[in-house]
Write a protein that binds this ligand. Structure first.
Ligand SMILES: *[C@@H]1O[C@H](CO)[C@@H](O)[C@H](O)[C@H]1NC(C)=O
Ligand SMILES: *[C@@H]1O[C@H](CO)[C@@H](O)[C@H](O)[C@H]1NC(C)=O
Ligand SMILES: *[C@@H]1O[C@H](CO)[C@@H](O)[C@H](O)[C@H]1NC(C)=O
Length: 496
């Protein structure tokens, strides 16, 4: 059977229906419920926070170019400045220090380190920037947890040979990885090679909503691309690029640097829409297509297979935000045109006028803490309890004035409830080693621009001033294991 492109239809389906007000409930959770070595952190990505898009001899990335095209970003914004983390990183590391986190997950902008890819010099200013971050973290006893690719790449590689559509990308990505291991690996021991490759391919080549914006009807409305073919080609090259980077690390760096390498997957949890065999099977297909995408693609040569096997992972990163209902579209027809999608399923957060959990500002992101148990148990069982990190979990607020945003009790409740479930799964034996809140700061939320805020810190995008939200105070107290009745609870209007 022909394998399917891996990534599945998220953020696609318009949700209609009533807003269901759920009674708030909070669970008391504290750090002592997790193993002592468990890492707590915050996460960001380079394009979403750095700004400084032409500073320090950086070249344009594919996202710089794409976000400047009219109509691509919902609020017409771009990330030229974003949080200006490029210039304010020391202040941001101080924020992390006051939170008391153990680790910080961030990504390296390829276009800063190798502005011309393998066709030009290593940019010493780019290396220096990340060296400064890493050193400032280590001084404060915060472990760097580094992503090599979080969607962005030098535009030059797109223009020159079509980035992920060409096997040449393997040479470029391997070289980029090697430059990073060589420059930073003496101090970085956690490497995620890719962030959410399933999302990158799905949006870039099937729907055409992320760069390079390639697709074909009926999946999307692009002037070039082929949704039936290009997702396979891009995934093939991406998987082999991953394998190339992993092979380089194993061969030349892992022994002396002693780090771990892994991949980060976008990982919602799924529940059957109806309790029928067809919908239960649809859930299995959805999970399989999300996770198995890295190993199911056709046409690998014997040599490529060998490389893939050698490149197996030291950890799996799970980005988990939401749970959705899955409806079968293989044995029955679905009304949505998107049911044509790879797994023959229809995803929705709504059933009979009620949502699966409280809605958030992010379409298709609902608050369903039990989903954390579902996804972690699934990954544990399927991957033989490979070490796992929850590399992202977070709560989306709509854009708003500072006075309406700082009292983010819904975010506190979200994290407490998801952490309570996580601590229970860990207690039952899942080898989860860390948890990263998305995000340290409000930032550029891809296609939503600045309309959606995930930060523990409010950012005024005019003045760039950062202000801790109540959730930042909550996290500090959680991390300091201060279990006293918290002032924040007393002042909150929120019902216990
Ligand atoms: C920045 O790039 C220019 C042009 O390639 C080069 O002349 C200059 O030396 C670079 N600056 C640094 C600090 O590397
Ligand atoms: C596709 O985009 C073009 C140009 O923006 C527009 O004229 C056309 O109506 C769109 N087609 C569909 C099916 O959305
Ligand atoms: C936060 O404060 C604003 C302004 O005082 C208020 O309108 C809003 O209802 C508050 N939100 C919560 C969740 O308490």
């Amino acid at each position: 059977m022909r394998s399917q492109p891996c990534s599945i239809l998220l953020r696609l389906l318009l949700i209609h229906g009533l807003f269901l007000r759920l009674t708030s409930s909070r669970t008391t959770v504290h750090r002592g419920q997790f193993p002592p070595s468990f890492l707590f952190g915050t996460a960001t990505s380079s394009f979403q926070i750095e700004g400084g898009y032409l500073q320090g001899n950086k070249s344009l990335s594919n996202w710089d170019v794409f976000s400047h095209m009219p109509g691509k970003i919902e609020d017409g914004s771009n990330a030229d400045v974003a949080d200006d983390h490029y210039n304010l990183f020391l202040e941001d590391i101080e924020l992390m220090h006051s939170l008391g986190v153990d680790a910080y997950r961030f990504s390296i902008a390829w276009s800063r380190v190798l502005p011309q890819g393998r066709f030009g010099e290593v940019n010493s200013e780019g290396i220096e920037f990340y060296n400064n971050i890493i050193d400032a973290l280590l001084v404060r006893d915060i472990k760097p947890f580094v992503t090599l690719n979080h969607y962005d790449l030098p535009q030059l590689l797109e223009d020159r040979y079509g980035s992920w559509l060409s096997s040449e990308i393997q040479l470029d990505f391997g070289y980029f990885a090697q430059v990073c291991f060589e420059a930073f690996g003496d101090r970085v021991t956690y490497w995620s090679i890719f962030n959410e490759p399933n999302v990158l391919i799905y949006h870039g080549y099937l729907l055409g909503t992320y760069p390079p914006g390639r697709c074909s009807y009926p999946f999307g409305n692009c002037s070039y691309g082929d949704s039936a073919l290009e997702p396979y080609i891009a995934t093939h090259n991406l998987v082999l690029s991953h394998a190339t980077a992993a092979e380089i690390y194993r061969k030349y760096y892992q022994e002396k640097q002693g780090g771990m390498i892994g991949i980060v997957i976008s990982a919602p949890w799924f529940e059957p829409y109806d309790d029928t065999p067809a919908d239960r099977l649809a859930v299995q297909r959805s999970l399989a297509f999300y996770f198995a995408c890295i190993s199911r693609l056709p046409t690998y040569s014997a040599e490529e297979r060998k490389k893939l096997l050698e490149g197996k992972l030291d950890f799996i990163g799970v980005n988990h935000y939401t749970t959705l209902y899955v409806k079968d579209c293989m044995f029955s027809s679905c009304a949505s045109p998107y049911s044509l999608g790879d797994a023959f399923v229809y995803l929705t957060g709504e059933k009979d006028g009620a949502y699966i959990g409280e809605r958030t500002a992010m379409p298709l992101f609902f608050v369903v803490p039990r989903g954390m148990e579902g996804i972690v148990t699934y990954v544990k069982e399927r991957y033989n309890n490979t070490p796992m990190f929850i590399t992202e979990n977070g709560y989306a607020q709509p854009a708003g004035a500072i006075k309406d945003s700082l009292n983010d009790t819904k975010r506190i409740e979200y994290h407490e409830n998801y952490l309570a479930v996580l601590s229970e799964v860990v207690r039952k034996g899942a080898d989860v080693r860390g948890y990263f809140i998305w995000s340290l700061l409000d930032n550029f939320e891809w296609l939503h621009g600045y309309l959606i805020r995930f930060g523990l810190h409010y950012v005024d995008f005019q003045t760039l001033k950062r202000t801790p939200k109540w959730s930042a105070t909550w996290y500090t107290e959680f991390l300091s294991e201060d279990n006293k009745i918290r002032a924040i609870r007393k002042t909150s209007t929120y019902k216990m």
